[in-house]
Design a protein around this ligand. Structure first.
Ligand code: A3P
Length: 296
């Protein structure tokens, strides 16, 4: 369906001070009033924290390691992106979700305060993926260069400042990771770090598995590990977004499965930028109890 039009980069608006695609703002009433089912599982993250990776892990757990079932459709059709409002005739996240039978696995980038209240009323489980700020910033920059679904990122220097000021789509990384960190004491939220998945994927998969009340045999766990390595996902057309036409995502500009490492920020941050970043980071993160790792 994406083939049928020329994609224009979106205008931005705001919902309660959070910068979002104007189309999301226009549909906000419906998004906010989304009706969750108690069996729904929500996968949440700030953009570029590794949600696609988590989606593949969770799908493999639900399909009990049946890779063929996980190849049934691209990531974005298997798990509706709750707030997505693509140009017509591509169905919105809400439309896709409504066509699906619970238990559904849904994806969102919304900060905690914008999550539709029905998820809390239904006591739904949420898996939140967090990635260190520096690598998230680098990954987001390259992503905005390649996708027409988001505004043009401009220069690296401007983008760097926009990240620190919280003016990028979905707002401030600081507010996002901290808001969700606090939420885990109130709601059924499993907080997972991208860096932990890089360090010990098997262990993190086991944490997700037990959070979802599943108990899979050893050989299935092994299959999930193999199917969700960076290399396997980079080569998997149902996970690597190559099913999107190049008019929407131009992977010759930057591939969706770009590097998949911890510490690529070192190849991008200038010394002065790193100092400024560390200063602002300390100001925003000291005392939050949230610790990220920026190298392995
Ligand atoms: P890079 O741009 O740093 O390579 P999201 O899915 O939230 O949009 O995040 C995308 C980021 O996660 C990209 O980071 C992508 O390469 C990385 N990623 C996706 N699958 C991965 C995997 N299996 N292992 C490691 N990183 C992965």
């Amino acid at each position: 369906l994406f083939q049928s039009f020329v994609m224009q980069r979106p205008q931005m608006g705001q919902v309660l001070g959070v910068p979002l695609d104007q189309n999301i703002c226009d549909a906000w009433n419906d998004i906010w009033n989304f009706r969750a089912h108690p069996e729904d599982v929500l996968l949440a993250s700030y953009p570029k924290a590794g949600i696609t990776w988590m989606q593949e892990v969770v799908d493999m757990i639900y399909q009990e390691g049946d890779t063929n079932k996980c190849l049934r459709a691209p990531t974005y059709d298997r798990h509706p992106f709750l707030e997505a409002v693509p140009p017509k005739p591509v169905p919105s996240g809400l439309q896709l979700a409504e066509e699906m039978e619970p238990p559904r696995v849904l994806k969102t980038h919304l900060p905690i305060q914008l999550i539709p209240p029905s998820f809390w009323k239904q006591n739904c489980k949420v898996i939140y993926v967090a990635r260190n700020a520096k690598d998230t910033l680098v990954s987001y920059f390259h992503f905005q260069r390649m996708t027409k679904g988001l505004p043009d990122p401009g220069t690296w220097d401007d983008y760097f400042m926009a990240f620190l000021s919280g003016t990028l789509p979905w707002g401030s990384w600081f507010d996002h990771v901290n808001g969700w960190w606090k939420a885990k004491d109130k709601h059924r939220v499993l907080y997972v770090f991208y860096e932990d998945m890089k360090k010990d994927l098997r262990l993190e998969i086991q944490r997700v598995e037990s959070f979802l009340d599943k108990d899979l045999p050893e050989e299935v766990l092994e299959k999930i590990c193999q199917h969700t390595t960076f290399q396997a996902m980079k080569e998997n057309p149902m996970a690597n977004y190559t099913t999107m036409p190049t008019t929407v995502m131009d992977q010759s500009v930057s591939p969706f499965m770009r590097k998949g490492i911890v510490g690529d920020w070192k190849n991008h941050f200038l010394v002065a930028q790193n100092e400024l970043f560390d200063w602002e980071y300390k100001r925003r993160m000291d005392g939050t109890g949230l610790d990220f790792c920026t190298q392995i």
